[in-house]
Design a protein around this ligand. Structure first.
Ligand SMILES: [Zn+2]
Length: 230
């Protein structure tokens, strides 16, 4: 089940404007096929009616999972600057968050600003993991690999480490690195690192669900590290 909206898209090839159908809210627990379309990014694929060009163009939407109890808002800056339209969009997101809190008080609410981050959150919550711990681990992995790759020739720049999956009997967490390397790089970390952060680390309470904190990303993880040093 999903709520739909009409959007105007611009073809990157011929510049034609066209109206198209898009999702406003996706209810993943009621439509598994649609969940896969999100995981593969295909719900953001369009075809230009004028020239036939296929292109991917993510847009703001909400992804809801009633079984795992969470809502992720993909919030993209579709309208630049401080125009009335962009203020209206920000207010709309605040309203949607308030409404979710009221109707589903037990749900985790997250706000992301990138399609890859949306997909990562879905992978994390599907695996039944705490996204704060995973985000923190990803941040540490990025740091670690960046240091190791500094002297590689040519030097490899790591942009982000994104959670991919749980694997193996022993339990390993697999991350994919977005980097300047033409080849995909995967890094695994033992599940005991996750367990340590969950149960024993002095940081563990930072990973509890906190009221009003919806943006769990690299900036948030960097802030956690400062807490440790202070
Ligand atoms: Zn076109």
């Amino acid at each position: 089940m999903a709520t739909r909206k009409t959007m105007i898209k611009t073809c990157p090839s011929c510049g034609a404007f066209f109206n198209t159908d898009a999702y406003e809210v996706i209810n993943a627990s009621l439509d598994l096929a649609l969940r896969d379309e999100v995981i593969w990014g295909r719900i953001f694929d369009f075809t230009c009616p004028s020239c036939g060009q296929h292109f991917r163009s993510p847009y703001s939407m909400a992804y809801k999972d009633m079984e795992k109890e969470y809502v992720i808002f993909l919030d993209l800056d579709e309208v630049a600057g401080d125009s009335n339209e962009s203020i209206r969009e920000k207010r709309l997101l605040a309203d949607q968050i308030a409404e979710t809190r009221e109707l589903f008080p037990s749900y985790r609410i997250r706000v992301v600003h990138d399609m890859m981050d949306l997909i990562e959150k879905i992978h994390i919550f599907s695996a039944g993991l705490n996204d704060k711990i995973i985000t923190y681990l990803g941040y540490k992995i990025k740091d670690d690999v960046t240091l190791k790759m500094k002297n590689a020739k040519p030097p490899i720049r790591v942009h982000k480490a994104l959670f991919d999956s749980l694997k193996g009997k022993e339990g390993e967490l697999k991350f994919g690195l977005l980097s300047s390397s033409p080849k995909p790089i995967f890094v695994t970390t033992p599940s005991r690192d996750y367990e340590y952060l969950l149960k024993k680390s002095p940081l563990r309470h930072q990973f509890d669900e906190a009221d009003g904190l919806y943006q769990i990303d690299e900036g948030w993880a960097a802030g956690i590290d400062k807490v440790l040093i202070a």
